[in-house]
Design a protein around this ligand. Structure first.
Ligand code: DNO
Length: 346
């Protein structure tokens, strides 16, 4: 088979035209999603309809990004069993529709976190950026909170309640709740033929005092050991893990890909600034802190056969729309990564 280069695609009105994605050389499919509420069962007919829509454009949909985990599961609340059952039903339906990989995460309350969505670079493009000093002085319970670009689904009251609940859970509590989830879900995912691919925390340290556990080698080893199966796998994200130089990305990719524990690779660059701050950059090695050739080489040397996608792009060429997820710069990223792959392979 070989590696498959795919592209994240949101099911949104005014989203990116699938026909345009098809025109990016080397891209064979998308990572898709349904716009369901967190915790709902994804219906087989809805999944199949989406798949047919994608296939009409000559693209595949074998990866879902993402099936979000309900906060009650992460918090270990009584209602978690209901949500875990729903999650398993969703995975079964995805398996029936031929989905091979599901990307998900276990970050409390917030997904990826940034403090700016439009930092201007010298070339005139804009990127997402994270300033640790701003995070330190920000109260997430303040009304004007807008530190992310993905949709904030909680009201102020819910947010307050959630953040307070995590104080009682703490890091070890979150580990216990993750273990409970994995023990229930992974055996079923295995039966359904769907590989669960955990996305690391972005950035890979706690924010606002909320615990974050999928952050470094030691913790990833601990996560993978909970269910020692290729169905309990990773979405290895170089941008998230690369927020700190402490994570040696090529070595970690080599280690986990050789052990068949990476099902999906998110590959992008990131520019580390001083004091835990960083900004996003073009995929090009020289634009950021990561060596993209070494990263792709680590995948090739490990004989990686899974999915890879370019990740957040800059806003360039006057493009509007979702921060990090426009067409143009991600397409450049895909092409650049495909070029490195071809050069290394030949
Ligand atoms: C960010 C994405 C993440 C990822 C989720 C998975 O750009 O990689 O939002 O999709 O964390 O649940």
């Amino acid at each position: 088979m070989g590696m498959k280069m795919i592209f994240r695609w949101y099911t949104k009105a005014n989203g990116i035209d699938l026909g345009y994605i098809r025109q990016i050389p080397g891209v064979t499919g998308i990572a898709g999603e349904l716009p369901n509420e967190v915790g709902e069962i994804w219906k087989l007919e809805d999944i199949l309809a989406l798949k047919r829509q994608v296939e009409e454009y000559g693209l595949e949909m074998e990866v879902i990004e993402s099936v979000k985990v309900h906060e009650d599961i992460k918090l270990g609340r009584k209602s978690r069993d209901l949500y875990i059952n729903n999650y398993i039903e969703t995975i079964r339906n995805l398996g029936k529709a031929g989905i091979k990989v599901v990307c998900y995460d276990f970050m409390p309350v917030f997904d990826w976190m940034r403090t700016e969505t439009e930092r201007r670079l010298p070339d005139g493009s804009t990127v997402l950026a994270y300033d640790h000093e701003v995070i330190k002085r920000t109260d997430p319970l303040r009304g004007d909170f807008a530190l992310c670009d993905w949709e904030m689904v909680y009201s102020q009251k819910e947010l307050k309640d959630l953040i307070e609940s995590y104080e009682d859970v703490g890091q070890e509590g979150l580990w216990r709740n993750l273990e409970y989830f994995l023990k229930a879900v992974i055996p079923e995912a295995e039966k359904a033929g769907v590989r669960m691919a955990m996305h690391p925390d972005d950035p890979c340290w706690p924010v606002f005092g909320l615990p974050r556990i999928i952050t470094n080698e030691e913790n990833i080893d601990r996560f993978l050991a909970i269910e020692d199966s290729p169905y309990n796998a990773l979405t290895f994200c170089t941008g998230s893990m690369g927020c700190t130089a402490d994570n040696d990305l090529p070595r970690l990719i080599g280690k986990y890909a050789s052990a068949d524990r990476i099902a999906f690779g998110h590959v992008r660059n990131v520019k580390r600034l001083s004091g835990r701050s960083f900004e996003e950059s073009a995929h090009f090695s020289k634009a950021g802190s990561l060596n993209m050739v070494e990263i792709m080489k680590a995948y090739i040397d490990a004989g990686y056969q899974g999915y890879i996608r370019p990740d957040h792009g800059r806003r360039i060429w006057g493009e509007k729309g979702g921060a990090g997820y426009g067409l143009y710069d991600r397409a450049l990223g895909a092409m650049y990564l495909t070029g490195i792959w071809e050069a290394l392979e030949k």
